[in-house]
Write a new protein. Structure first.
Length: 307
């Protein structure tokens, strides 16, 4: 998936709004073919960074290169090869989906055929609803139509700012599947902002975490997550028996919250099968082991001792 060709190169990027330093000297690279997860809690500086990448606001300091060229000097050329959804996409609600895309195609200034529009509606799973008014669409359908809009001019880079916010589980899965398809089948480079770590884990190959405007960590998703301690929730028939069984093990001091038939242990990913085997061999009926990677827990792990 990864390539040596750099699509986005951010150096020393900062943005100040009066007394507030929203983005503080952030640096990272996105390579061709990446699904690049841009993670952080709400208010971390993600949307501000994205708005600078899309030239919607100007940086206070730093530089942005996209496709190897300075955004400041080649704005129009660069933006014609980017598709983006920032916040929620807007449409003419009383017009059909296909008519909305036809209007947006004309506004783009590019020659975009009706065949291309129908292909995009099929790609995002809305071909059967092409003639339905957008006001009848669910939130998830509008998000998928927004992605179709972003793809109208066949951009190389797609920027998605929190695309699953407000979606139900089915809607989240539809967007996730679409992102994977765009990456693997359409060979698009995707820059994906989210505050949900598990969402990024399922689709991204590389990620960066930003907190309070500053970069915390950047790297390959599987390497960053596999090397860190997880909180694993274990459901058993008898919690007290399980606790006694684990008293003589190295995990005893890692046991945390206990509620009903569940308790949590902090452990490395590689320890999960071993804990399960040890409990079962010592007569504990294990109903479930669920690794929990919340962004907050991950922050605590990687920033421990950092002021």
């Amino acid at each position: 998936m990864n390539s040596s060709e750099t699509v986005i190169e951010i150096s020393g990027l900062s943005k100040r709004f009066k007394e507030v330093l929203a983005v503080n000297e952030v640096e990272f690279k996105v390579h061709k073919g990446d699904v690049f997860g841009f993670l952080g809690p709400n208010g971390a500086g993600k949307s501000t960074t994205i708005r600078m990448i899309l030239s919607l606001i100007s940086p206070t300091a730093g530089s942005i290169k996209i496709f190897g060229k300075s955004l400041n000097e080649n704005r129009k050329e660069i933006l014609t090869n980017i598709g983006a959804i920032v916040e929620k996409p807007d449409f003419y609600l009383y017009l059909p989906a296909i008519k909305n895309l036809e209007i947006l195609a004309k506004i783009s200034g590019k020659e975009i055929s009706k065949k291309r529009i129908l292909e995009l509606l099929e790609l995002v799973g809305l071909k059967d609803r092409a003639k339905s008014k957008v006001k009848t669409f669910s939130h998830g359908m509008k998000q998928r139509l927004g992605i179709a809009q972003a793809l109208l001019h066949n951009p190389e880079l797609i920027v998605l700012d929190e695309p699953t916010t407000g979606l139900d589980p089915q809607g989240v899965k539809e967007i996730r599947d679409l992102i994977i398809h765009l990456s693997k089948e359409e060979n698009k480079t995707i820059f994906l902002s989210s505050h949900v770590l598990s969402e990024i884990e399922l689709v991204a190959n590389r990620m960066l975490i930003i907190n309070k405007g500053s970069k915390v960590v950047e790297g390959e998703v599987n390497q960053l997550l596999s090397s860190k301690t997880l909180k694993v929730t274990i459901e058993v028939e008898n919690v007290e028996t399980a606790k006694k069984v684990l008293e003589s093990t190295r995990w005893n001091n890692q046991i945390e919250s206990i509620t009903g038939k569940k308790f949590s242990i902090n452990m490395e990913n590689k320890d999960i099968p071993e804990v399960n085997k040890y409990l079962v061999e010592n007569g504990v009926m294990v109903n479930a082991l669920v690794p929990v990677r919340s962004l907050e827990d991950y922050f605590l792990t990687i920033t421990a001792g950092v002021k």
